[in-house]
Design a protein around this ligand. Structure first.
Ligand SMILES: *[C@@H]1O[C@H](CO)[C@@H](O)[C@H](O)[C@H]1NC(C)=O
Ligand SMILES: *[C@@H]1O[C@H](CO)[C@@H](O)[C@H](O)[C@H]1NC(C)=O
Ligand SMILES: *[C@@H]1O[C@H](CO)[C@@H](O)[C@H](O)[C@H]1NC(C)=O
Ligand SMILES: *[C@@H]1O[C@H](CO)[C@@H](O)[C@H](O)[C@H]1NC(C)=O
Ligand SMILES: *[C@@H]1O[C@H](CO)[C@@H](O)[C@H](O)[C@H]1NC(C)=O
Length: 186
């Protein structure tokens, strides 16, 4: 191989690598239907040694009784994301983020402002992909709707909203939320 063609080959191999890196997300993006509806369940535990939601700062009231939360309270959570509401449903990832009591009203109707990433793991076909949500839960008007500004990996180019509701009859300290995602993908 001449000096020139060796150089060309190395440039081409770099380009090829870059394309390879870009490819998985792009290829998956092309497979996406215009409209994506997905449902997942986040499983929170509010108390005890396996708590997945922690009161990180604030008034100190509300770790195991959210009604007692005062303005300025910050929660951090890392909840398993499952395919169903029951404890033994398949885990497909986790929902991690923060929630802040930003209201002067009683928290249960005043709202809790949250941002979170729903991150899918290897047991999901969306392995490594994520959906970001931003918005207020626990406000006066149900259902709670959060903005999905975007996603990454499989969800690159998708945006829309998520509707979130509590699954009834789950006994404390466990708390299960149903997440219905309505996404438009370009
Ligand atoms: C906490 O998790 C561990 C490991 O999964 C489990 O063995 C234990 O029973 C759990 N404790 C409670 C109180 O749920
Ligand atoms: C939770 O907190 C609210 C508001 O402070 C209070 O009225 C209620 O009694 C508490 N519930 C429990 C089970 O402690
Ligand atoms: C849910 O399952 C986990 C482990 O699989 C266990 O530690 C926990 O006690 C269970 N929780 C309930 C409420 O059954
Ligand atoms: C999931 O993604 C990780 C990181 O990209 C990768 O190492 C792993 O092989 C993937 N697993 C499956 C089952 O797709
Ligand atoms: C929840 O429990 C209440 C009272 O026990 C019952 O009336 C209701 O049907 C239950 N809901 C579900 C979805 O199981």
């Amino acid at each position: 191989m001449s000096h020139m063609s060796a150089r060309l080959a190395s440039i081409l191999s770099i380009l090829f690598c870059i394309c390879n890196l870009a490819n998985p997300a792009m290829a998956k993006k092309l497979e996406l239907p215009g409209h994506l509806k997905l449902t997942f369940y986040s499983h929170e535990i509010w108390d005890g040694p396996n708590a997945t939601l922690l009161l990180a700062a604030g008034t100190g009231q509300g770790q195991n009784n959210m009604s007692a939360t005062g303005m300025g309270t910050i929660y951090v959570f890392d909840n398993p994301l499952k395919t169903g509401p029951s404890n033994d449903s398949k885990v497909v990832g986790h929902s991690s983020g923060t929630a802040v009591a930003t209201t002067m009203q009683p928290i249960m109707t005043g709202g809790l402002y949250m941002t979170a990433d729903h991150i899918f793991d290897k047991s999901s076909k969306y392995n490594g992909s994520r959906i970001t949500v931003i918005g207020t839960v626990l406000q006066a008007h149900k259902p709670y709707e959060l903005l999905v500004p975007g996603g990454l990996g499989y969800f690159l180019g998708c945006s829309g909203y998520a509707s979130v509701s509590s699954v009834p009859n789950i006994t404390a300290p466990a708390h299960v939320c149903k997440w219905d995602f309505n996404l438009k993908c370009h």
